[in-house]
Design a binder for this molecule. Structure first.
Ligand SMILES: *Cc1c(COP(=O)(O)O)cnc(C)c1O
Length: 230
């Protein structure tokens, strides 16, 4: 199942890149393995997967210990300030920075651990009450502020688009975030390190790629439906 899912996902990513006139290597796939057992991650690893996305600190810590060290772990879920210390030197990228308090904690903990944290700002483009993230208008001032932090590398933006049946409905959200991403790149905030636009999940990643995503986060499409009852 995993092999077929990975192949099918890869084909769809390639087709979306072609439709948009983009190179396949402009888009990084993050395989979202949250809730899935080690055995399944190991199987994906053996099929060549090296970038895994998780949304719980405790789960990252456990999986980090049990799996090979050449894996890139991405923290894609809401991060509480009191848990930053457990993962700041273990994850390759934090997708979900959404407050100054969190950024300040990451700065402090990265300094303590002698590392630099690569981060994305999470943007709630659709301004859904149920979601975390900065409002679009807050992003540039926020980015300018954290560009002065010496242990944080601002690498780009992330959004979780609304859940919709028809992914076309999210196209303008992705286009809006792409526009903001280009603005930030042009302003050269944080010395030109901004090169990641993380948007698109199982249901809408093809549209996201067409609108300029450089990173897609795919869970269900690779590992199958999640079971939260166990
Ligand atoms: C769970 C999750 C995903 C993957 O969702 P799927 O619909 O299963 O592809 C992507 N991004 C974030 C932030 C998530 O929490």
């Amino acid at each position: 199942m995993l092999r077929d899912n990975l192949l099918r996902t890869e084909e769809k990513i390639q087709a979306a890149c072609e439709r948009a006139g983009r190179n396949r290597d402009e888009v990084t796939l993050v395989s979202v393995s949250k809730t899935k057992p080690i055995k399944m991650l190991r199987e994906a690893y053996d099929l060549g997967v090296r970038i895994f996305g998780e949304n719980k600190v405790q789960e990252i810590r456990e999986k980090y210990e049990l799996l090979p060290k050449d894996i890139e772990w991405h923290m894609i879920g809401h991060l509480q300030t009191n848990k930053v210390k457990y993962i700041v030197d273990k994850v390759k990228l934090i997708h979900s920075v959404d407050s100054l308090k969190l950024a300040e904690t990451i700065e402090k903990e990265a300094e303590k651990h002698g590392c630099t944290a690569d981060i994305l700002l999470e943007v709630n483009v659709a301004e859904e009450n149920s979601k975390f993230g900065l409002k679009t208008a807050e992003v540039i001032p926020f980015a300018e502020k954290i560009a002065q932090f010496s242990h944080i590398n601002l690498r780009g933006l992330m959004t979780i688009a609304p859940f919709v049946e028809n992914p076309e409905k999210n196209r303008t959200i992705f286009a809006d975030l792409h526009k903001l991403y280009v603005d930030i790149k042009e302003k050269n905030i944080d010395n030109g390190n901004v090169s990641i636009l993380s948007m698109g999940m199982t249901n809408d990643y093809e549209v996201a790629i067409e609108e300029g995503a450089t990173m897609v986060r795919i869970g269900t499409g690779i590992f199958g439906a999640r079971d939260y009852s166990v």
